[in-house]
Design a protein around this ligand. Sequence first.
Ligand SMILES: [Mg+2]
Length: 243
Amino acid sequence: MPYSALCLDLDDTLWPVAPAIISAEKLTAAFLAREFPAVVPAGQAAAATIAEMRRWREQVAALHTSRAYDLTWLRTEALRCQALAAGLDETAATGMAAAAFEVFFAERHAVDPYPEVHGALERLARRFPLYVLSNGNADPARTSLGQYFRAAYSARGLGVAKPDPRAFQAVAESAGIPVNRWLYVGDDPHADVFGARSAGMATAWVHRHEKQWPEGLERADHEFADLAGLVEWVDSADLASGR
Ligand SMILES: [Mg+2]
């Protein structure tokens, strides 16, 4: 195998992200309704609270485009603005935002990996040092998958998001492995495949659910329907090289 290390995306590569976010937003809405009636009126439906939180995030994101890479800040700041608009003072608003974000963040980590992921990562980790680079704010150490990774990097921590090649280069530099020795594995044609390639890494696209490749974008070096396909290919490539 021509690679010295593998770097993986998290959301929709190792687990479906939507169920975790939906559940986390529901719990956050319930928390606000219970603890902050001044912000969420009694009897308001959770869906309405979730829609309102989203509107605040969109407003804050539009005002602070340079911080788009930091989803933790975005959610916390949006909650703070929402609380201030509801009449809470600065201290109370900051406290509410921090507490509500913690509720969200704990549940955001209650992810359910795709069925083959544990077994695949276990096998890959025996062959390669495994790293994570995510634009999301999940920390794999807070999930059941933390044991497989040497280190995890996020857009928030690096200050730059995929597909910017600097995000991938920062990971390579921090790990002390040249960019051309990496295989980057992800589900997003643009953020993951285009980005990693721009940085000089080899690329693998994981196309679950018969996802279509966008027209006009150069295809990934390798394509797999899931991580089991990647493991199978790693094993067969080793056989071909006589190992
Ligand atoms: Mg992804």
